[in-house]
Design a binder for this molecule. Structure first.
Ligand code: PGA
Length: 250
């Protein structure tokens, strides 16, 4: 896998002003990142337009979710088309925090993937097992992840070509507990194998990122694992120096 990708998920952090400052700081540092590394940041919805203005064009804009509906009476929702209009390229879907707190189940995620695809946005689809499943061993963790991946079977080639999968074990997100580089690599490779056998050659080309307490100290070892194309970074993406240092860890 020759793509190298670092995506920052800001979650529900920063005021608008802080978000713009963060975008400006990242833009000043971005030249340190080796050419060819794809860099994405996903700020809160309210910041998208201003952050886009502040970002060096080398950094792509992402959103953290989108509505499963196209438009209409869905109070509080933000549609894929609205995101596209703000200059968003990527949309994180299926993050465990959305699955846990907002009921993003399989049918909802299928709808969301369809919406994203219909307006030409690119999904970053998250999968990952909870702690109790991981405690039952690697095979159980894999079975869980494979269950989540099934949703990707129906996607058309145009979406698959732009898809990123992020393996984020839930017990590692925001906890400071990271999967061992070997476990992260094993799972990412397994995902690629599954995508190849279930979807075909195009599935095997999909980059697979690791996410979960990834930081400047552990990124190099994780990214060096075969099968890992980079990281989806939460907490550490709020610190510009650290995020850039992670992006330099290939
Ligand atoms: P974390 O979050 O890096 O803070 O663990 C990762 C994520 O949820 O995308």
């Amino acid at each position: 896998m020759d793509r190298r990708i670092v995506a920052g998920n800001w979650k529900m952090n920063t005021t608008l002003r802080e978000g713009v400052v963060l975008a400006e700081q990242l833009s000043q540092l971005v030249n340190r990142i080796p050419a060819g590394v794809e860099v994405i940041v996903a700020p809160p919805f309210t910041h998208l337009t201003e952050v886009r203005r502040a970002l060096n064009p080398r950094i792509m804009l992402g959103a953290q979710d989108c509505s499963s509906r196209a438009q209409g009476a869905f109070t509080g929702d933000v549609s894929a088309e609205m995101l596209k209009d703000c200059g968003v390229e990527w949309v994180i879907l299926g993050h465990s925090e959305r699955r846990q707190y907002h009921g993003d189940d399989t049918p909802t995620l299928r709808e969301k993937l369809g919406r994203v695809a219909s307006v030409g946005l690119k999904p970053i689809f998250c999968v990952g097992e909870p702690e109790n499943i991981r405690a039952q061993g690697q095979q159980n963790a894999w079975d869980w992840v494979a269950g989540q991946l099934k949703l990707l079977r129906g996607l058309g080639d145009s979406v698959l070509r732009e898809l990123i999968v992020a393996y984020e074990p839930i017990w590692a997100i925001g906890t400071g507990k990271t999967a061992t580089p070997e476990d992260a690599g094993w799972m990412c490779l397994r995902i690629t194998r599954w995508l190849t056998s279930e979807i075909g050659e195009i599935g095997g080309m999909v980059p697979v990122l690791y996410g979960g307490s990834c930081n400047a100290a552990n990124a190099k070892e994780i990214f060096s694992q075969p099968g890992v194309s980079g990281g989806l970074i939460g907490g550490a993406s709020l610190k510009p120096e650290e995020f850039v240092s992670i992006a330099c860890s290939f």
